[in-house]
Design a protein around this ligand. Sequence first.
Ligand SMILES: [Zn+2]
Length: 609
Amino acid sequence: MPAASILQTSLSGLARALVQQGRLSEYDVEAVLGEAAANSRSFVSQLIASKKLSALEVAEVAAQTFGFPLVDFDALDPEQLPKDILDKKLMQAHRVVALHKRGNRLHLAVTDPSNLQVLDDAQFQTGLVVDPVIVEDDKIGRYMESAAKSDTELKKLMEEDTTSIGDLLHNLGDDTSEEVESADDITAASDNELVKLVNKIIIDAYNQNASDIHIEPYPGKKKTRIRFRKDGSLVNYIELPAHYRSPLVTRLKIMCDLDISERRKPQDGKIKFKKFGPLDIELRVATCPTQGGVEDVVMRILAAGKPMKLEQLGLAPKNMENLKSCVEKPYGLFFVCGPTGSGKTTTLHSVLGYLNTPDTKIWTAEDPVEITQEGLRQVQMNPKAGLTFATAMRAFLRCDPDIIMVGEMRDKETTSIGVEASLTGHLVFATLHTNSAPESIVRLLDMGMDPFNFADALLGILAQRLAKRLCPKCKKPYVASQEEMRLMLDEYCEELRNTERFKREGEAAQHAIHEEWMQRFANDKGQFMLYEAVGCDNCDSTGYRGRVGLHELLVGTDPVKKHIQEHARVAEIVATALQQGMRTLKQDGMEKVLQGSTDMRQVRAVCIK
Ligand SMILES: [Zn+2]
């Protein structure tokens, strides 16, 4: 019969096995295949729907015939399944779910392991070797439905975003006439609205890329002001009627398990927002009693971040080259310094990401762990439990490290352990709360470091700032006047006054830099294009969007090490480093102005000494 030969050649292995085992007739298979094609379903799903066989029967045949394990999908914890590994279309169309990833292998739940196209697609999408695991079609189908449902629910919740905070407030009743002092006075109905309001504030802050939320109540009938910190500056978000201030603060305290009756002392806690809203973020919360018997709340958004690639940090080519050669050394000390919010941790994580290979053991001590990277062993500090930077570092030294990263070196103890670790063959990274690279050296020596050990260990120090980036959509180009360029050149060269070369050559040295600028930044008419901030929808009418990193990399060269051993003054260290090619933060910033990334006002604002 011709049908039999068609069956032999064009049917999937599973259909063939079902026929050969006498579970289905060839006629059944053909009918099911026809319906499956008409309904754009998989063969197995259509077979179960036709009720010719149960999902369990099909799964058992698949497992026995092809020798793959059969797993009860209902017994798995959906929360533990790796998300976003596979394309949703592939998952839905063929009912496949990623179960577990280990190394370069992926366990994939499938209903038909003989559908090689699906296995190929999964392998192609993930770049992993796929190990099929058989599951029952009805169980995986129910999971898919509920996942799709929670997807749409999440979307709906995020879309609720389109109801503005103003509408929400309107629902709450913008009534300033009466003063409600206690949270008990808020009725259950408005309670629900209040929960929505708090969620809305947090979701808005997150969506607007804010780093912090400031809640600032005033006594009496004055409104409570809420501001967001975005790209380093505070911007007004909304003002709430006075009678919300207590319920609002109470709600926030409840969310992070703080004592709601304690209103006279500062408290701190953490909100795991996943418990309350549709976002998987954490917020570090601090309360502080303020004048008039009210309480302020400030929240830092700790978005579960991923590391940036080293190339995305915006390092000038020379700095990038020097940075790589510093951190590729097998041992030594490397610091990143700058004030709070200058992106030190982001940079360190990018460096660790660059060094994170299977043959390297990396331990990190952080407070808080904001960026996570697979492959790193990251430890959250917990001073209350006795886990401090110093104890963590000592523990790491017993745990066979290659690289150790310490959130902050702020005392003699952590610094000594760091120096010791680097001299015994480890690469040690840390951040410092200092302004400039040369100043860091003096600060560390003041802490009581042995100058000889420290000089031996030092690989380099990177100082960093974040300047506001001109909004690419609205920035307005103009040709810089000769006067403007002359002033810029003077300002740039002022940084070099104390170098041997400038003392020796003066004007000639300055002229050489102008020539270099002409080559690197001027257009073919010999003009320099600079940009003005304007303001548009893309940038909240500020003219700026996002930030650009400014860097000053001091390399631990022999002359620098000699200065350290001799306890030299900052000015001497700076002069030597500049002589060897270091650019100061301001100079790096000015080059980024000439490239059109930012403007002088922003560079000066972050480079104040
Ligand atoms: Zn703009």
